[in-house]
Design a protein around this ligand. Structure first.
Ligand code: ADP
Ligand code: MG
Length: 243
């Protein structure tokens, strides 16, 4: 069973078609980079996968769960899929420990005596084991984003979705977040990541998907996509990054 399967996904906002029949299959342990111009539908696709957006046609399955917007299905889905956005959305009045344990306590009824071990485990994975007591405004943007990743990991998702998680960060902070994501990849986490970091996509992703005008325009091994683009649209998109 693939970790994620998307079949003929069609999504419109009103009369405006945004996703025009997306097909994508992601195996366990795959790291998929999604690239493409602004407005090509990348975020919308991730939001459909996570049940944040209804869609008109097609089917999505994550770790054996069918995605539809009925609330019972969504609750099951949210345990399987983690999502991290450009803005970290940490609760400012909660410290790192409380931010991380909030969902596991509420959704999974995680017992109090298991919380410290969980926090330690996920903070270690993002290299911030010293920061459990810190409040978000005491952390750099890069550290806050790594806490957001840790918070997502605390739900033990089968698939992680990342939507341009470094776009709001200064270059020197981008590196530490990409390093964290690369380490998750190495540890075998299944991930779909929308990114503008072409070098990172090429280096870390097993496959790269180029979206254009609401379609998967080209996909292949990252090596293939970056060294041998077949369509003029992909060639012109990646040209600046090859200079
Ligand atoms: P990307 O992430 O690739 O930049 P998006 O998925 O955000 O693209 O957007 C794809 C298209 O859908 C764009 O044309 C955008 O204007 C439109 N769109 C996105 N969200 C909404 C919305 N909530 N209502 C109407 N149109 C939207
Ligand atoms: Mg987007």
């Amino acid at each position: 069973m693939p970790a994620l399967r998307i079949e003929n996904l069609v999504k419109s906002y009103g009369a405006v078609p945004v996703l025009k029949g997306i097909n994508l299959s992601v195996e366990n342990g795959d790291v998929i980079a999604v690239i493409g111009r602004s407005g090509s539908g990348k975020s919308t696709m991730l939001r459909c996968i996570n049940g944040l957006e209804p869609f008109q046609k097609g089917a999505i399955e994550v770790a054996g769960h069918k995605v539809d917007t009925a609330s019972t299905h969504l609750r099951a889905l949210r345990k399987e899929v983690g999502m991290v956005f450009q803005s970290y959305n940490l609760f400012p009045h909660l410290n790192v420990f409380e931010n991380i344990t909030l969902a596991p306590r509420v959704v999974k009824r995680l017992p109090r005596d298991e919380q410290a071990a969980l926090v330690k485990e996920v903070l270690t994975r993002v290299g911030l084991e010293e920061k459990a007591g810190a409040y978000p405004d005491e952390l750099s943007g890069g550290q806050q984003q790594r806490v957001a990743i840790a918070r997502s990991l605390a739900m033990k998702p089968k698939v992680m979705l990342f939507d341009e998680v470094t776009s709001a960060l200064d270059p020197e902070l981008t590196g530490e977040v990409l390093k964290t994501i690369a380490e998750l990849a190495e540890a075998g986490m299944t991930m779909v990541l929308v990114t503008h970091e072409m070098g990172f996509a090429r280096r870390v992703a097993t496959r790269t998907v180029f979206m254009h005008e609401g379609r998967v325009w080209e996909e292949g091994s990252s090596e293939e996509i970056f060294t041998n683009p077949r369509t003029p649209e992909l060639r012109s998109f990646i040209a600046p990054s090859l200079k």
